[in-house]
Each structure stands twice: as C-alpha cells, then as structure tokens.
Design a protein around this ligand. Sequence first.
Ligand code: DHK
Length: 150
Amino acid sequence: MPAAQHTKRVLILNGPNLNMLGVRQPEVYGRDTLDTIKAACTTFATQRGWTLDFRQSNAEADLVTWIQQAREGADAVIINPAAYTHTSVAILDALLLLETPVIEVHLSNIHKREDFRHHSFVSRAATGLIVGFGAKGYLMALSALDDATD
Ligand code: DHK
C-alpha cells in the first residue's frame, strides 16, 4: 500500500520593511504590496491542494522562532529575510535546523546593488535562490516546490 500522503505545508516568511512594499522604493522593489503577493501565493498553493502560511515580521526574534517551529510545522520554507539576509547569523542557524527545502527569495537583484547586499548569510542554508524577479520570485519559488518532496 502506498504511504499515506499528507497535504504539503508551505511556510513563507518575510523580514523587515517588506510590510511596506508598494510604497517602499517601488523602482527597486516594485509596486506589488505584500497583501497582493500573499494573495497570488495563496491562489497558487490552493490550486495544488497545499496549505500556505504567509508571515511577515520586522523582528529577527519572530523569524527565528517561526523557523524553529517549522521543524514540525512545515514541509518547505520560502524566506525573504530582507535586511537580515546580510546580518543574521541567528536566522542562518535556525534555518540549518531544518531538513526541508529552503528557498531564499529577493525581489531585487542583490548582486547588482550596494556591496553590503552582495553577501547573504542565509544562502548557506538555502536549497536554492531566486533573486531579481520582483514579486514573481515568490511564485517561482513555489513552482520549484512542485517537484520537491511531498
Ligand atoms: C529586501 C530588502 O529589504 C533588502 O534589505 C535586501 C531584499 C533585498 C529584496 O530584494 O527583496 O537587501
């Protein structure tokens, strides 16, 4: 008998200032709001029968706690750590606890920007990265999970 399959649970985490998308440097981050991105991701996930938990926090501690909880509560994590990408060993260490796929997303192409944005602590824990495609990057990350383990 095939093993019982459970619904894929995807956690999408967003770091500081991403709650300001739409008004925040639209020439860099685009005009989509986080709510619009959440709606598009929810539609994508629902079509596949996945559950989606989409969160944002300006606090590093929230992100670390949510990542720790994902050990039990999620089958895949998509994360845009925003500015914490370039500073947070704590978020890296939390992500290293996970055995699930981890996809790092950035709206902007961080390698085309200031030098301090070129380094990501988080990438050491990432299965893959999607950068520079704006809001579409979130859907590209979800799409990458289509083929990942159920
Ligand atoms: C978002 C941020 O807030 C910046 O601090 C990062 C990232 C880039 C993004 O492109 O999504 O440097």
